[in-house]
Ligand binder design. Structure first.
Ligand code: NDP
Ligand code: MG
Length: 392
């Protein structure tokens, strides 16, 4: 009895924003396996109604949000779940994130659309388990200011940043020499640059080590994902970009490392399985008993590391410049990429055009330092406009 009461007191009241996506589904897999530790209070989808309905039937959340207006209106007509509230979409994610019934928000929305919900979570002083790296990339300064005011925790879910978070606590902040951010290199690591013009959508969607949503899979193929992660690390860990080194590690076993002033390098390792960093972010500072990503080092045999090829992946190089400029520049860089990736996914542009569109868009922007939320929204719109003009 005492034990079950203790468990109840510990139960996390979790809202999952983007529950129908790759990260969202992995989080629900954890909730299903640990029903004594997690109550799923809220769920959201953009337009995957059938999947949301099956999630409601299984997890009985109190609140749901459908962010796509047309899907919401259609769903509302047939909605007949007792004791589930369908929150109106325009401010739905923010209202769910700030709701007093919720104590942890997992933001697994894709793209800049996740920023307002990240801000609402941090503003209300709750733990933000952050998969939506774009919100840290474009609104890192705002989120950091808010977390200083409210004391909210932002625990990264991105596997590299989770690894850094775990390793960084081995020393003091003034003892960190650098962060070593690993990346698989994506499907085109060994493809000659001359062949990039022939890359197909199917090849770009075929990531060698991770199964993820389509946008981040394309970002991994262009290495924009690693670039976004450099900016994400700058914001999360408060280090300058030149203290963040990207190293290619094709096996995706070492998820990142921290090197300290005594030259010790601390790494975190597992087989690739996002449930491990998701569970870590939900239960931190505790660890749960699980075999997510359980690695057999003898079976793995060898781990290799190499330098990234900046000539083949110019978006990675550009991300360092963008990180140094800061202000509203990351919002333009990210927004132009969202438009270019979407156009590639719809077969409107070729793969090798993505970096040109993103870099040219960023070059057209004069960054505003110490941006307000409105400055970031305006920059995001501008980045989209620049990219659309170039695609035309
Ligand atoms: P998915 O595309 O698989 O899922 C995205 C989720 O967000 C879906 O639920 C989707 O709804 C919803 N969504 C889409 N557009 C909007 C919108 N405009 N407003 C609100 N919700 C929206 O993405 P992933 O799960 O792969 O990635 C989610 C985030 O996590 C990204 O920021 C990504 O960079 C990050 N991440 C992902 C990793 C992974 O392994 N997948 C690893 C590390 C980070 P619908 O189903 O209707 O489309
Ligand atoms: Mg990552």
């Amino acid at each position: 009895m005492l034990c079950s009461r203790f468990m109840f007191a510990m139960k996390k009241q979790l809202a999952i924003l983007g529950s129908t996506g790759s990260i969202g589904r992995s989080a629900l897999d954890i909730a299903e396996r640990f029903p004594d530790l997690i109550d799923v209070v809220g769920l959201s989808t953009h337009s995957s109604i059938d999947l949301l309905v099956s999630q409601i039937q299984k997890f009985h959340p109190k609140y749901i949000v459908v962010t796509d207006q047309n899907s919401y209106l259609k769903f509302k007509k047939t909605f007949d779940f007792q004791s589930v509230e369908l929150i109106e979409p325009s401010t739905g994610l923010e209202r769910l994130a700030g709701h007093h019934d919720v104590d942890i928000v997992l933001n697994a929305v894709v793209g800049a659309a996740g920023l307002s919900a990240s801000m609402a979570t941090v503003r209300s002083g709750k733990r933000l388990a952050l998969a939506n790296k774009e919100s840290m990339v474009i609104g890192g300064e705002l989120l950091n200011d808010l977390r200083r005011q409210t004391g909210a925790e932002i625990i990264p879910v991105d596997s590299e940043h989770s690894a850094i978070w775990q390793a960084i606590h081995s020393g003091k902040s003034n003892e960190i020499k650098k962060i070593i951010l690993t990346g698989s290199g994506g499907p085109f690591k060994d493809l000659p640059l001359d062949d990039f013009s022939k890359i197909t959508l199917e090849q770009a969607l075929n990531h060698p080590t991770w199964k993820m949503g389509p946008k981040i899979t394309i970002d991994s193929a262009t290495m924009m994902n690693k670039g976004l992660e450099v900016i994400e690390a700058v914001q999360l860990f408060g280090l300058p970009a030149d203290k963040i080194e990207v190293v290619i590690h094709p096996q995706s076993i070492v998820h990142s490392m921290v090197e300290f002033i005594d030259s010790s390098i601390i790494a975190q390792m597992s087989y690739p399985d996002m449930r491990l960093p998701i569970a870590y972010a939900l239960f931190y500072p505790d660890r749960i008993i699980s075999d997510y990503g359980k690695a057999n080092l003898v079976e793995i045999g060898h781990l290799t590391f190499e330098s990234p090829n900046f000539a083949k992946f110019p978006l990675l190089k550009a991300a360092y410049v963008v990180a140094k400029i800061g202000g509203t520049m990351p919002a333009v860089f990210n927004a132009a990429n969202e438009i270019a990736v979407d156009a590639f996914l719809k077969n409107v542009i070729e793969f090798h055009k993505i970096p040109d569109i993103v870099i040219n868009s960023a070059e057209r922007h004069n960054s505003i330092a110490n941006p307000t939320y409105q400055d970031i929204l305006d920059a995001d719109l501008k980045g989209r406009e620049f990219a659309r003009e170039m695609i035309k």
